[in-house]
Design a protein around this ligand. Structure first.
Ligand code: SF4
Ligand code: SF4
Length: 367
């Protein structure tokens, strides 16, 4: 039975939670892992060996800011040696020409660069870092000069929704081949910042319309991956392609999670790569088995024609809003709690006057 569980395709390696930026929607947990206790280089190499043996094809090196790890080039080189497609997800802060060249020489395949807004002052305010916008322009030039395919990531919320289209055009100007426009997901740091981040329905709909129009206008110039706003949707998204189906996350301290917010589900015990092999975790861990397939679903989801499409939505959102991780995601219009969600939206949307709660954890400059 265990042998029939398909191998994961992707592994998200959260190399560190350290990051110079403080984005108020960061998906990292409120209790950030400090530098103390982060997996060492040799431990990451062992995990990557196990990932490749398990069948993982793509590794996403993320954080926090992965450039804060002094061993990043060594880790990239190890991934390349294993034949893994290696993607760096970065804020760009800490990148320089020497490091970009070293990453290219080590075999890095792809870079995803985050932007916070198309307006410099607003971008720096959202990031909580003066000069972030200007630095990202420089970094995009370094990345494309090294020949890396570049994807730009942008998160849409109340403060920048009016510039959703401008961010797509900025990504194109920066030399990106692809741009990911995603509306805020309300977990991690986005929960205490929800009132500041929540767009009004009109703002969200205008942003969606603008981006969809650009998809047609810019077809052939840039690929636009558009993730529509969760709270305004009729159905939930297929979170991570389904729990324990396609990907897994490893936290800086070695905890293996089915998604980056899974640790918010208190009754699940997540095994650590320091104690178990990745294959054991994927195939035998009760936490990965908890919401795999459809047996755990309630009647509403189990009998629904979309159960193999969205897998009942997000477990972490179900817990946060319904108090039950096995509930139908309240984003779904079939959920009895969908009305509660509409209330939250109406109460909180557009209240941007309050200052953000910025996340902060010390970051070290890379060598
Ligand atoms: S603070 Fe911003 S740049 Fe840093 S990890 Fe979080 S979302 Fe990414
Ligand atoms: S009822 Fe469940 S499976 Fe059906 S659309 Fe809603 S969340 Fe998805």
């Amino acid at each position: 039975m265990e042998a029939q569980i398909p191998a994961p395709i992707g592994l998200l390696a959260e190399l560190t939670h350290r990051c110079p930026l403080g984005c108020p929607y960061c998906s990292n947990p409120l209790a950030l892992d400090g530098r103390e206790g982060e997996l060492a280089t040799a431990e990451w190499k062992r995990v990557l060996n196990e990932a490749a043996a398990l069948g993982v094809l793509q590794v996403h090196l993320s954080g926090g800011e992965p450039l804060a790890r002094r061993d990043l080039v060594e880790i990239v080189s190890h991934c390349a040696g294993l034949g893994l497609y290696t993607n760096l997800i970065t804020s760009g802060i800490g990148m320089n020409a020497r490091l970009a060249r070293a990453l290219a020489d080590a075999g890095l395949d792809h870079v995803q660069l985050s932007i916070q807004d198309a307006d410099a002052a607003s971008a720096d305010k959202i990031a909580g870092y003066n000069g972030a916008f200007a630095k990202k322009r420089e970094v995009a030039a370094l990345i494309t000069a090294e020949g890396f395919p570049l994807t730009v990531n942008a998160v849409i919320h109340h403060a920048n929704a009016a510039r959703a289209g401008a961010m797509v055009r900025l990504a194109l100007a920066l030399g990106a081949r692809r741009v990911e426009i995603a509306h805020v997901q309300y977990y991690g740091w986005a929960v205490p910042n929800r009132a500041q981040l929540m767009p009004t329905r009109a703002e969200a709909e205008a942003a969606v319309t603008e981006v969809e129009e650009l998809k047609r206008e810019l077809a052939g110039q840039i690929v636009i991956d558009h993730v529509i706003p969760d709270y305004h949707a009729r159905y939930p998204k297929a979170c991570m392609g389904g729990w324990g189906r396609r990907t897994l996350n490893i936290t800086p301290l070695g905890k293996a999670l089915p998604c980056h917010a899974a640790d918010t589900i208190p009754h699940l015990a997540f095994w650590n790569v320091r104690d178990k092999s990745l294959a054991e975790i994927w195939q035998q861990s009760p936490a990965f088995a908890a919401y795999r397939g459809t047996a755990w679903m309630n009647e509403t989801c189990r009998t629904c024609e979309r159960r193999e499409i969205d897998h009942g939505g997000c477990r972490c959102q179900a817990l946060a809003l319904a108090g039950d991780a096995a509930a139908t995601d309240p984003v779904c219009y079939k959920s009895p709690l969908h009305g509660r969600l509409v209330e939250i939206m109406a109460l909180e949307a557009g209240r941007a006057e309050a200052p953000y709660h910025y996340r902060r954890v010390p970051a070290r400059a890379p060598v």
